[in-house]
Design a protein around this ligand. Structure first.
Ligand SMILES: CC(C)(COP(=O)(O)OP(=O)(O)OC[C@H]1O[C@@H](n2cnc3c(N)ncnc32)[C@H](O)[C@@H]1OP(=O)(O)O)[C@@H](O)C(=O)NCCC(=O)NCCS
Length: 197
């Protein structure tokens, strides 16, 4: 199967349905993806078996930052190297465009895949109800990489964020945070340096 990029609206809609089915219940913003198709068409990648989409990796780039938003493979095609092939192509394209690094947030299922691809993980802890200080009050053995308040848009509620540096997933710590701060969410986030040494 060869790697293709989204070229038109009908391909985009097919890919959106595929990502919704595979990554459900995530919501996709069609308008944002239409803009992406115009601005960064070579970052919307997929592979298809005849007409059936088998895997997709969608990246975005704005200013100096690049992100990967969606990575998924149809159940029937998993563990055959499709996501890896698409991700390698994505990383190559981002390198060619001069990005120094790329970031993403992972589902629990994606963690091993990203680690295998060489991404470096950190744990993101977020809460709308609890302050940064409260989140930091749970002492852990991991260094704090960053902390602060984040707003998706000027109208959005402020979200307290703490990012811990850890070398591998610590599920017990995630569950501990979620128990102690019931509205809090935890997620592994990954980055990769792209600049050539
Ligand atoms: C995660 C996902 C994208 C991986 O896709 P894939 O096409 O099966 O991945 P690949 O075959 O390219 O895997 C490459 C390597 O990553 C690792 N890997 C991939 N999936 C893994 C899993 N479920 N468990 C452990 N390791 C895994 C393996 O080392 C694998 O190599 P191997 O099969 O030779 O051992 C796929 O399972 C998926 O779509 N899951 C549901 C959606 C999702 O959670 N996506 C991630 C969103 S952040």
């Amino acid at each position: 199967m060869k790697i293709r990029q989204i070229e038109n609206l009908s391909e985009l809609d097919k890919a959106i349905s595929f990502i919704k089915e595979t990554l459900s219940p995530y919501a996709l913003d069609r308008d944002a993806l239409m803009r992406e198709m115009k601005q960064n068409p070579n970052l919307l990648l997929y592979m298809a078996d005849m007409d059936k989409i088998a895997a997709a990796v969608f990246g975005t780039a704005e200013n100096n930052k690049s992100k990967i938003d969606y990575v998924c493979t149809d159940k029937a095609y998993r563990r055959q190297g499709f996501a890896k092939k698409l991700m390698e192509e994505m990383l190559h394209r981002l390198r060619v465009r001069g990005f120094e690094s790329v970031a993403l947030g992972a589902s629990e299922m994606g963690e091993k895949f990203y680690e295998e691809m060489g991404f470096v993980g950190k744990l993101l802890i977020q809460s709308e109800r609890h302050s940064v200080e409260e989140l930091l009050s749970l002492k852990t053995k991991y260094p704090v990489a960053s902390s602060g308040i984040w707003k998706q848009s000027p109208e959005s509620p402020p979200v307290s964020q703490v990012v811990l540096s850890l070398s591998q997933v610590d599920r017990d710590l995630q569950r501990l945070y979620e128990k102690k701060f019931p509205d809090c969410s935890t997620q592994m986030i990954y980055t990769m340096q792209l600049s050539r040494q």
